[in-house]
Design a protein around this ligand. Structure first.
Ligand code: GUN
Length: 283
């Protein structure tokens, strides 16, 4: 059996067309959705990510501000920039790129962002809203995964979903979103005793560890849906996910590739969140 691909580029394109149309409608009412992106330091991967985020704003007709600061910036200086963005009416979303330099307390910086502009969905108010089912911003990567499941018409009710990884950015919010759709959810992590025994029971597997080949074909139930959140490099320096794609695609029913899977969806959902923030302000 060969799995069907869930194409993150194609789905992103479709969703971004809808975003662009809604941006145009909002602009006609005199409001241009605006995203502020703050990068501290010179992490090369982060530089690529923020550039892609700013480009996505341009492509969808949104306003964007990119601030890059040297690694010597103090936390107090960064908090002052966040405060300025909180008050700026042309800004509807604020994103502080992670990781921050070691001398900063990332959680303190995130909590300084106004929850109304927390388009990353990392603020404790956003996390609390997701957990309780109240309206708020959902973290972009797991939100993108949910859109991918929706795009194939997948009914989660009563299914067993196994999430590998328990980060605040992906694993934990992913589990909450799956639970909200009435899946039975298992969260696996580095201390899980028998990962394979868990994944073999799964109808849906989300791999979000940040390590190559965490999921191999022998760990997947035939026909399962496999979403790969990993962004790793193989020995040749090529981008690869957490899933052993070549073997797993022979067993799974659906699978996301890397690149061209969850990655583009993350940025697309950032556009959706920023647009929705502007729409809420306009309402
Ligand atoms: N670093 C890696 N992924 C992300 C993300 O989605 N948002 C932010 N702010 N930083 C990141």
């Amino acid at each position: 059996m060969t799995a069907q691909l869930i194409d993150g580029n194609a789905l992103s394109k479709q969703l971004r067309t809808d975003v662009s149309a809604r941006v145009t409608a909002l602009k006609a009412r005199g409001i241009t959705p605006g995203l502020a992106v703050i990068l501290v330091g010179d992490n090369p991967a982060s530089q690529v990510y923020v550039r892609n985020k700013v480009k996505a704003c341009e492509d969808t007709g949104m306003h964007s501000v990119l601030e890059t600061w040297p690694v010597t910036m103090t936390e107090a200086e960064l908090l002052a920039r966040v405060d300025a963005m909180n008050r700026d009416p042309s800004i509807h979303g604020i994103l502080v790129q992670l990781p921050l330099p070691a001398h900063m307390n990332a959680q303190r910086v995130i909590e300084a962002i106004s929850p109304e502009k927390d388009v990353d969905g990392f603020h404790i108010a956003s996390a609390g809203a997701l957990m309780t089912g109240l309206p708020g911003f959902w973290p972009c990567t797991p939100y993108g995964c949910m859109k991918m499941l929706e795009s194939i018409g997948y009914e989660l009710k009563g299914k067993h979903a196994v999430v590998i990884g328990r980060s605040n950015i992906v694993g934990k919010p992913m589990a909450m979103m799956l639970l909200q759709q009435n899946a039975t959810v298992t969260i696996c992590h580095s201390a899980t005793k028998d990962l394979k025994a868990m994944t073999l029971q799964a109808d849906v597997i989300v791999a979000a560890v940040g390590k190559r080949n965490v999921l191999t074909a022998d760990m997947v139930k035939p026909g399962a849906v496999v979403l790969d959140v990993g962004m790793n490099r193989n020995d040749e320096g090529k981008l690869c996910g957490d899933v052993d794609f070549a073997s797993v695609k022979e067993v799974a029913g659906w699978i996301t590739p890397v690149p061209g899977g969850v990655g583009p969806m993350t940025i697309t959902m950032l556009m959706v969140n920023t647009l929705e923030s502007a729409e809420r302000r306009a309402a």
